[in-house]
Design a binder for this molecule. Sequence first.
Ligand code: ACO
Length: 437
Amino acid sequence: MSDSGKKKNTVTITDNATGKSYEMPVMEGTIGPRVFDIRKLYGDSGMFTYDPGFMSTASCESRITYIDGDAGILLYRGYPIEQLAEKSDFIEVSYLLMHGELPNAAQRKTFEHNITYHSMVHEQMAWLFRGFRRDAHPMAVMCGVVGAMSAFYHDSTDINDPHQRMVASHRLVAKMPTLAAMAYKYSVGQPFMYPRNDLKYAENFLRMTFGVPAEDYKVNKVLADAMDKIFILHADHEQNASTSTVRLASSSGANPFACIAAGIASLWGPAHGGANQAVLEMLMEIGSVDKVSEFLRQVKDKNSNVRLMGFGHRVYKNFDPRAAVLRKSCQEVLEALGVQNEPLLKLAMELERIAREDDYFVKRKLYPNVDFYSGIILRAMGFPMSMFTVLFALARTVGWVAQWNEMIADPAQKIGRPRQLFTGSKQRDFVPMAKRG
Ligand code: ACO
């Protein structure tokens, strides 16, 4: 796969210090910026490239997800996210991400069966939970229990066996809702709920989270649909920090459960998966619509260090297509719950209206991102803020798994090993204690 990008043209770099030039092939994808292939640069020139944060570096070739940040486009396997959110469901989207095409009826049935019938976790995992403090952050628990899956499912850790890889993938997608619900139940001291095979993926998760053994849980279709949409919108986002972490961890040949645990750890950071919590905290701090102008004055004051959380994105510089879907979904959820007058939603909408008319935000191309509305929906559904990132991890697992499978099957895959620009001490002789200053 690695050399399938057609080589057209070249880029020539000249080292002005030596006058030598180096020619590199240019590769073209199906859409998106061209890249020039620097794999032979070090061998030819003895120089590395320097790119902290990978601002200009493609770390792999991928066929899964495409983002055009300027145009506000997000495609899974070519399909626009808005169409998938409106017309598809998470199971179908998971199949699409993992297999490259939408399933036909028989493929869907088999896939859904495989996911449903892998949703129970080894009974001994319940004891593992009991080792955590009740007040542990659920993401801390998730890092631990997902990593521990490698201690329970030995028969799917051989990454060179395509069948074992598929079983591990099904297990991860299927068991994440069960483990996420268990992390929540453990934190509130309620009994764990077993999955039910007659429920859909999102319905099952809501029941395992909010149901109790003492009574039947009635699925609210609007909430289950909104949950399913949130899962679809967060399912993949090409080579972000957590996905790159999964790829880098797996490049050494580590087992999939350990690698997904590494992805969960990366997602936990506030600059990645934690922003919807920050939006809610910001709205609560602003408090009411009449305080919006004063708050935006602080945001625009460069000395204040205050940011409008849920606005702006490293890649999307026009709009975040996921935000538009969630804005609508947010209203539907609040209506279904009979809380249309939720003050935080009113406040969020007013904040968005004023900010989008304000020169400061317009000039800098700052628009609401996916986190601006998701926190309000999740809170209305009854999730505590500490669970927000867990839900993100649950949804993103299928993206991680799809990217992991793609990487393992890629003959160009090598152990990930970035180089460095060394700026420390040159070689020097050891100084005995008596002679140190
Ligand atoms: N509020 C106020 N000003 C902002 C904001 C914001 N939310 N975002 C960017 N700006 C301003 C910057 O101050 C800068 O202004 P300047 O040119 O006058 O110096 C300009 O816009 C460009 O900002 P950068 O920080 O360079 O943009 P970058 O692409 O590095 O940052 C980021 C993107 C981190 C998401 C930023 O917009 C931000 O902090 N947003 C708020 C946090 C947030 O919502 N994060 C969630 C992202 S979505 C996700 O991870 C799923």
